[in-house]
Ligand binder design. Sequence first.
Ligand code: RVP
Length: 493
Amino acid sequence: VPEKFATLGLTYDDVLLLPGASDMTPDQIDTSSYISKNVRVNIPLLSAAMDKVTEARMAIAMARQGGAGVLHRNLSIADQANQVDLVKRSESGMVTDPITVHPDATLRDADELCAKFRISGVPVTDGAGKLLGIVTNRDMAFESDRTRQVREVMTPMPLVTGKVGISGVDAMELLRRHKIEKLPLVDDAGVLKGLITVKDFVKAEQYPNAAKDKEGRLLVGAAVGVAGDAYERAQALIEAGVDFIVVDTAHGHSRLVGDMVAKIKSNSSVDVIGGNIATRDGAQALIDSGVDGIKVGVGPGSICTTRVVAGIGVPQVTAIYEASLAAKAAGVPVIGDGGLQYSGDIAKALVAGADTVMLGSLLAGCEESPGELLFINGKQFKSYRGMGSLAAMQTRGDRKSFSKDRYFQEGVASDEKLVPEGIEGQVPYRGPLSAVVHQLTGGLRQSMFYVGGRTVPELQANGRFVRITSAGLKESHPHDIQMTVEAPNYSRK
Ligand code: RVP
């Protein structure tokens, strides 16, 4: 019979990491880790599947930095799948399935394609996929009549092209020699099979740490629920090329979640992550349903009220530790989701047993997060809200809410009857993600150096905690001084 009272629950502020014997320099540190069984990232950070945190722009920025974004699901299936597509096409060694335009299309159509995919030119192909030419900014810039057909302004064949399977070095040489920006790849019949662009080479140099799939495209994940057309959503996301699916609910230890995981796994090879859970039994139940990754966190989120509204949850360090006891034995990676306030919390989560962490409030203030910049009393903010907040769960005008089922309230007939488990607010504007991630991973590298762990598995194995009191926590933060200058990685909450 299980005990009525579990062990004492601890969270980030209850513990510190002990300094350990260290024989490395920070430049030897390797922060790579696994999100799920088959998805590896270069930094152990994920951006949260929340409508004020992760859309395509954030997901692209996260993957460029070496982590990954999980696209939120508070939008239609078509819109979410389209976002996967945007990330997958944003840059890669080679675009295998390039956007094309038909010669009969108008310049306006071509403009729209370029704007939507942020590209500067499009190969022109006939109905059978045969390459007829290319239409780029250079061809279009001086045309004032946007109703003209692409065929009239395109640069027609013969173009400089490459053969399918051309090496990166050879492709770059062709681009350089002919001073062109795009190299279409064609087969012997002249059918377009791919596209290589200068931009991609430049980006590859600019973001050497980017997290990519086998084909050199940026990694991206996406969330689905358990109700209604959740399964169709998963299929559409997989179709669009998503690398991993997160069955994203507030109670992952429920049969519906296990069933959805099993159903998605049964006819696809993408990794499926289940969550959220906060106990060893919860983790085991997900493992039994076949998950490739486990997301841990019930109630730690900065915008979450589950622990007060429902009285449910486990302080996050204990939750991660408990879940990891089941997960490690099964070889399933753990994501520590929610509750992180400072870079030091990342290493604490990893030592507790997480393989990666998921961040909401720490990233919601970035340039790349969805939403406008707010000016209040001369300071800059961005809005942030829980997916269980009234606003996120409400259906307003033609904006339908898809996030109610995260809280198993999809059947609630009217908005007034919803029981929110989150709040709405704002966080300080933080500028570009790259600067924020630099501080977060910089902090993590310092932690790894102090603990004496060259890699994430070494950090997990070598790390030890000391439990602290409220006096210890007070001592941890700056004290007995009035801060006059803001640090890029510290502010008093
Ligand atoms: P935080 O990083 O502390 O802001 O927490 C983000 C996490 O909080 C999300 O990844 C999600 O698991 C959880 N969340 C999102 N919405 C809500 C809510 O409304 N209660 N909670």
